[in-house]
Design a protein. Structure first.
Length: 254
């Protein structure tokens, strides 16, 4: 059995097919899927879908860096008001300069605030990062006193970046469809990272693995990612499934 640690079944790309896609994932051996929050515009859809699959779809809360604008404090207040014992993580939060740096300073401040909230509530964090490694590590290093734990979502960095993250807290890496891409060197890095620090994810509906690259992604494709990790480490897929599931349960308290 597998756990998909990062999904967006409420995304508009799924339309009315979200529930059917969740059922396909269950049929493929994915027993649980964690939905990452984005912002207040999509949050109600996330919770509504989760109500159809109690215990299967589990929720995070947080403000996605690409949604950070002048009103970021109000956006954070909106999700904090919904925190309860059902929430498994604060995420996805982080930094993203890929589309521009107009709100760079607000992103950094919002990230710090959300890391502090996670520590206050003893919850792990799910971190999104694009084109901002230096700023991320400055913040994580400043926040060592918070004793953070979490996942570097959609990890595509080097082994050295993984090591640096581990020095900042109890961080695992989320490995998704990119590891199966022909020109990606991520499999070489994954081969060096201990399996106990690897989590499986799809980020569906995005970044579908080979042989479905370019299609809408689903958790039902998670076994392709597990198989690629197994080949990279010269171990069997059942071991990958077992150990990554144990890691997800430990980190997210599932």
């Amino acid at each position: 059995m597998f756990i998909d640690t990062h999904t967006h079944y409420y995304d508009e790309w799924f339309g009315e097919d979200g529930a059917a896609a969740v059922q396909r994932a269950l049929d493929a051996g994915v027993e649980m899927m964690l939905q990452a929050d984005v912002d207040s515009r999509e949050r109600d859809r996330m919770f509504a879908l989760a109500e159809q699959f109690p215990g299967v779809l589990r929720q995070m809360l947080g403000l996605y860096p690409g949604s950070v604008r002048e009103d970021w404090r109000e956006e954070i207040d909106a999700w904090v008001s919904r925190l309860d014992e059902s929430i498994v993580a604060i995420g996805e939060i982080g930094l993203d300069y890929h589309e521009g740096t107009e709100f760079k300073e607000q992103q950094k401040e919002a990230l710090r605030v959300q890391l502090e909230i996670a520590a206050e509530h003893n919850l792990p964090v799910d971190i999104h990062l694009r084109d901002a490694w230096d700023d991320l590590f400055r913040i994580l290093e400043d926040c060592r006193h918070l004793h953070l734990r979490g996942c570097l979502h959609c990890f595509s960095g080097s082994y050295e970046i993984y090591e640096r993250a581990r020095r900042c807290g109890d961080f695992s890496v989320g490995i998704g469809g990119v590891v199966t891409f022909k020109n990606s060197r991520l499999a070489e890095t994954v081969a060096r990272i201990p399996l106990e620090h690897i989590l499986l994810e799809t980020d569906c509906p995005y970044l579908a693995p080979v042989p479905h690259r370019g299609e809408r992604n689903e958790s039902a494709f998670l076994p392709y990612i597990a198989e690629k990790i197994a080949r990279s480490k010269n171990i069997d897929t059942d071991t990958v499934a077992r150990e990554t599931t144990l890691g997800a349960r430990r980190l997210f308290g599932l």
